[in-house]
Design a protein around this ligand. Structure first.
Ligand code: PLP
Length: 426
């Protein structure tokens, strides 16, 4: 096929290519990216560059085209890009598992290398259900979660997303019925903590696990809540014999100002999912970690193995970039960078609270959110951000940013201006 012009490419894209949550044929014209470097996306239509306020859905924490990550990928490509993980192992996967165990909350000892965030949640759920099955408690197969959460687009994760008004409402009638608590309030409220305790107690006989996004509910509404609720859940789960799983896919690797959001509450979950920033946004890989209690429980069962093994499990290319990304993160004062971005977003987004139609402005770590009192006009809001030279992807009633940690102060200010403009025009 000869080189495609931008109009040709857009027409073929519209006719043949599904986009996330998109119709077929496509109706919206996506922007065509030619390349990406640092925090900038270069547009194929010659219109120039956009500062990336999204980190490619919160994954590209080091920015794009990073020499260290490029070198790790190149070096690993020369050795082997993939080899099956059944019966074989290799250094990148083993090193990655060790890095993850060392950096995660104490007690998480075992690592399943999955190939996407959704799959890592599937694996987490399977681990929890199988744990109880192995212990002779097959009735414990439901999950408790918060409304307003988001855990992925595959079947089990969909069942713990928001059942009403969420992205998977279409399927609410056929998904496994889980136990839902109201979304956690921003501040600690004893009455809400009591509700959580009561739900865990009431459903303990049928609950395999509580699964939640700690501290930030991401794609379900970009809500922040008090870490104290995580301690409440830990205590209630311990008291009533229920496992606790944290989905750190969005929050992991420093985004909230702690390496993992669980650290804000000094809580170790029994199972933890990570993804997105794991490979610095380079390649698709996620991981499910668990404690020895969970692994030992599964090993004692009638079927003493975790029956899960995707073709691309432990992919060496992704694992070696993930190792490089983690080492890059830990080798610098990442917290200072996240705090710097937090300060820049606080300052830059403050004027948004004066804008008509703005309900709330909130910032935590390298996350800045402007919530409107109406559904955002995605086209108008995105166009307003692009006019400011920034890439954003507003949704529902939210205009938000999660920039790469390498975003300089001037670009943070520019992103904040773009969020304000998008909130005003969307
Ligand atoms: N869990 C959380 C908290 C997420 O934010 C996401 C993605 O946005 C997922 C799970 C699903 O991850 P993936 O899109 O890699 O399947």
């Amino acid at each position: 096929m000869p080189d495609l012009t931008v109009p040709d490419l857009l027409e073929l894209d519209r006719r043949h290519v599904w986009h996330p949550y998109g119709p077929m044929p496509g109706r919206q014209e996506p922007l065509v990216v030619e390349s990406a470097s640092g925090v900038r996306l270069r547009m194929a239509d010659g219109s120039g560059e956009l500062v990336d306020g999204m980190s490619s859905w919160w994954s590209a924490i080091h920015g794009y085209n990073h020499p260290v990550l490029n070198e790790a990928a190149r070096e690993q490509l020369g050795r082997m890009s993939h080899v099956m993980f059944g019966g074989l192992t290799h250094e990148p996967a083993v090193r990655l598992a060790k890095l993850l165990v060392d950096m995660s909350p104490d007690g998480l000892e075992h690592v399943f290398l999955a190939d996407s965030g959704s799959v890592s949640v599937e694996v987490a759920v399977k681990m929890c259900l199988q744990y109880w099955r192995s212990l002779g408690r097959p009735g414990k197969q439901r999950l408790l979660t918060w409304r307003g959460g988001y855990h992925g687009d595959t079947w089990q994760p969909m069942s713990v997303c928001d059942p009403e008004g969420g992205m998977h409402e279409l399927w609410s009638g056929v998904l496994q019925r889980q136990v839902f608590a109201d979304p956690p309030p921003t501040e600690y409220e004893e009455s809400y903590a009591d509700q959580l305790r009561a739900l865990v107690r009431r459903h303990a006989d049928e609950l395999a696990a509580v699964i939640v996004e700690p501290v930030v509910q991401g794609a379900g509404g970009m809500r922040f809540h008090s870490p104290a609720y995580l301690r409440v859940l830990r205590e209630a789960c311990d008291e009533h014999g229920v496992l606790l799983a944290f989905d750190e896919i969005a929050t992991g690797f420093g985004r909230t100002g702690a390496l993992f959001a669980a650290e804000h509450a000094a809580v170790t979950p029994d199972v933890m999912c990570v993804g997105k920033a794991l490979t610095g946004g380079y390649l698709t890989m996620a991981a499910t970690l668990c404690t020895s209690r969970v692994a030992d429980g599964i090993s004692r069962g009638e079927v003493p193995v975790l029956a899960h093994g995707p073709t691309f499990m432990g992919n060496p290319l992704a694992a070696s970039v993930a190792c490089a990304s983690i080492e890059l993160l830990l080798g610098q004062d990442w917290l200072a960078e996240v705090k710097r971005i937090e300060a820049g977003l606080r300052e830059g987004l403050a004027p948004a609270s004066e804008l008509p139609g703005v309900k709330d402005v909130r910032v935590l770590g390298a996350i800045g959110v402007v919530q409107l009192d109406h559904a955002v006009d995605m086209g108008a809001a995105t166009a307003a951000a692009v006019r400011e030279g920034v890439w954003l992807r507003p949704f529902r009633d939210l205009v938000y940013t999660m920039p790469p940690y390498v975003t300089g102060d001037a670009d943070v200010a520019r992103i904040a201006r773009a969020v304000c403009a998008a909130a005003q025009e969307g």
